[in-house]
Ligand binder design. Structure first.
Ligand code: ZN
Length: 321
């Protein structure tokens, strides 16, 4: 009996040791935070038939479900699942802060914010004027006693319909100050204004806490964010979507900076283009966008766990970091 106890004790201490000798899998993804942009109070942009906050919620919820299905071990946390502000926020600033808080409290390993883009021009299209010729016209020139009639050449205008053509998906990562030189290769000018609302927020970037967070992001999360972003864009492109690439912006996407984890903001397409808006509102389009993101996630997860890269789209300047 005593011997048996000793053996049992040895076995259990062995198995205990075995469990603890297995190296911790630090490079795996346990929790993903899905952030459907905007809400019914702090609106995003809109198209002819839809509002950004509705489209981002639909895609966000579908994305969460698809992640759970593809990777049952991964926990999905949403920043919102309804039209209401996040955490009952009464200001946009608090709404965005609450999103970051949810992500940080969940100890997320990846933050995916879903948005839709827009041009400054009206959704669908607009009428513009052009000169198609001139005609002689009698006009009064001069003032008072010097006033006289004069023949002038007046332009003849024609109004014409301009279709809003801009389309494409882009994936944003936050632009940490020190990264600027090294990642010029992925710096593009951002012409979209889909996030104008966000950029009006007076976000605190000068506090010691914010600076530490920026440093952390630079050291730990920037490269992972860039790799995942490049994979997302790659998947969009493979599907045949127009892609605008991995972009950086320092203003307007501070929610990415406030999350202590790799984070991206995906502009899934332009609501101001009639066809792209219809695509983003259709089941088929939403499912395709979700599939693209999940496929990118699968590649990203593989890379973290095996160390093998599958991104060709990533500029050399980023691979060297
Ligand atoms: Zn947005």
């Amino acid at each position: 009996m005593a011997a048996l106890l000793i053996v049992t004790g040895m076995l259990s201490s062995l198995s205990f040791a075995t469990v603890h000798q297995t190296p911790p899998r630090t490079n795996t993804i346990r929790t993903i935070v899905v952030d459907p942009g905007h809400n019914g109070t702090f609106h995003g942009t809109h198209g002819l038939i839809s509002k950004e906050e509705d489209v981002t919620l639909e895609i966000g919820l579908k994305l969460g479900e698809a992640i759970k299905k593809a990777f049952p071990d991964i926990k999905v946390v949403y920043t919102r699942t309804t039209d209401a502000t996040v955490g009952g926020a009464t200001t946009l600033k608090d709404d965005l802060h609450n999103r970051a808080d949810i992500a940080n409290q969940a100890k997320g390993d990846l933050f995916i914010s879903i948005h839709c883009d827009a041009t400054p021009q009206p959704a669908g299209g607009y009428y513009a004027k052009r000169v198609i010729g001139h005609k002689r016209k009698l006009e009064y020139v001069g003032r008072g006693k010097r006033k006289r009639k004069k023949w002038v050449m007046a332009p003849i205008y024609e109004s014409y319909w301009v279709k809003n053509m801009r389309i494409g998906a882009s994936t944003y990562i936050w632009k940490a100050e020190k990264t600027t030189d090294k990642v010029n290769a992925i710096n593009h000018t951002d012409e979209g204004d889909g996030e104008i609302q966000d950029s009006t927020v007076d976000w605190d970037t000068e506090s010691p806490e914010a600076k530490i967070r920026a440093q952390l992001y630079e050291q730990k999360y920037f490269k992972k964010s860039a790799i995942f972003a490049a994979m997302v864009e790659d998947e969009f492109q493979k599907t045949g979507r127009t892609t605008l690439g991995v972009l950086q912006r320092d203003k307007g996407i501070q929610v990415l900076q406030a999350t202590g984890m790799p984070s991206v903001l995906i502009e899934t397409g332009y609501l101001t283009n009639k066809e792209e808006e219809e695509y983003l509102n259709s089941d088929e389009g939403q499912n395709e966008v979700v599939k693209n993101i999940v496929d990118a996630l699968s590649r990203y997860k593989d890379q973290l766990e095996t160390g093998k890269t599958s991104v060709n789209a990533l500029p050399d300047s980023l691979n060297q970091r």
